[in-house]
Design a protein around this ligand. Structure first.
Ligand code: ADP
Ligand code: MG
Length: 357
């Protein structure tokens, strides 16, 4: 019989815990890119450059001209559950403005990669002193170097050899082409939602796209999807009384002519209160509006922004899951359908159909 103080249960060391937990947040290069771009947007960047090698499996670099960090900030930023964005649960309940708030991305990415952060705070304009830059190197969950460095204002985060210390996860990465496609989709989503930010994506030395940051959705679509698609987009704009009764306050954005379509849903970029999401209700609403004019398995280009009251949708969803659920999915579906249908009708792009009662 065992003595009462003997046990087979032991505490895992923090690195093991962090690497296991990392799988929850960082599934593939695209998830790291998402977190880093969100951080740059939260730092009020006006220019963000995303540069990846081999679909992001070899390296990811996200460079911004945002607020930047002091040495003290950056040392804290890589620790677990450290954030400048909320102070407590009350902030979440009252609705967060920032994209991040969990304070785990940098720590998590850094536990399963070699992470280098170069950052310098924006000068505050008083001209008193120009803060210097800091370079922090973090490897597999440990800070291995912190040094002053000359660098422009803003932040550059470099992630190398993602999953180098979690071989099982590394093995599950797909081909360069597939990983690149995921990254491309993420960066595209943020480029379309933030036309006031000049956002570029470069893969293996080739620029994939770059928006100009001139705060024009049409210009961002031209940069991302090219001229043919940009020409085929029509505006969607509905609010208040124009929408059926439901939780939706406004729907705006742009959708393509029925003839400009693709055999893939990858060109649906939909947002709820500024966050990129996927939603069955939104998808169905859009497809219903086209009323079967696209032909089987064809989908339009869609960029739609929905505004809903904070309590009609839960933003505190899992970091990896983008599928949202509304309080009233059916009302959202009908409102989206009505907004898109009005836009198509206004442009004479719907075959006549029986008026609805
Ligand atoms: P969260 O975004 O949830 O706060 P992160 O781990 O992503 O958590 O980042 C931790 C903190 O590091 C942020 O709250 C922010 O203060 C700082 N930070 C991260 N990235 C940047 C950046 N690009 N520019 C300025 N500050 C940043
Ligand atoms: Mg973050």
């Amino acid at each position: 019989e065992r003595a009462t103080d003997e046990t087979t249960i032991h505490q895992l060391d923090e690195h093991t815990v962090a690497r296991i937990a990392a799988g929850e947040v960082v599934e593939r290069p695209a998830s790291a890119v998402k977190e880093l771009v969100e951080n740059a947007l939260d730092a009020d960047a006006t220019r963000i450059e995303v540069t990846i090698e081999k679909g992001g499996t070899e390296s990811i670099r996200v460079s911004d001209d945002g607020r930047g960090m002091t040495e003290t900030d950056v040392r804290r930023a890589v620790r677990q559950h450290t954030t400048s964005k909320i102070t407590g649960l009350e902030d979440l309940e009252s609705g967060v403005e920032s994209l991040g708030f969990r304070g785990e991305a940098l720590h998590t990415i850094g536990s399963v990669s070699k992470l280098t952060i170069r950052t310098r705070p924006r000068a505050d304009g008083t001209g008193d002193e120009t803060p210097t830059g800091t370079e922090l190197v973090y490897e597999g969950g440990d800070v291995v170097a912190v040094e002053p460095t000359g660098c422009p204002e803003g932040t550059t985060v470099v992630v190398e050899d993602l999953f180098y210390n979690t071989p099982a996860r590394r093995k599950f990465l797909k081909t360069t082409a597939t990983e690149f496609a995921h990254v491309n989709q993420i960066v595209t989503r943020y480029a379309l939602a933030n036309p006031d930010v000049a956002l570029s994506l470069t893969h293996d030395g080739r620029e994939v796209f770059g928006t100009t940051g001139q705060d024009d959705l049409q210009a961002a679509i031209l940069a991302v999807y090219g001229r043919e698609v940009a020409r085929a987009m029509i505006d969607v704009e509905a609010d208040g009384e124009e929408l059926p009764v439901g939780p939706l306050e406004a729907v705006s954005g742009t959708v393509s002519h029925p003839e400009t379509n693709r055999a893939s849903r990858d060109y649906f970029a939909t947002y709820v209160n500024g966050r990129a999401v996927t939603s069955e209700a939104i998808r169905e609403g859009v497809m219903n509006a086209y009323g079967g004019q696209l032909g089987g398995d064809r989908y339009p280009f869609v960029v739609l922004f929905l505004e809903v009251p904070g309590d009609a949708v839960d933003v505190n969803v899992h970091p990896r899951k983008r599928e949202v659920r509304f309080d009233d999915d059916d009302a959202v579906r009908r409102a989206v359908e009505s907004a898109v249908e009005s836009a198509l009708l206004e442009h004479g792009l719907l075959r006549s159909r029986a008026p609805r009662g």
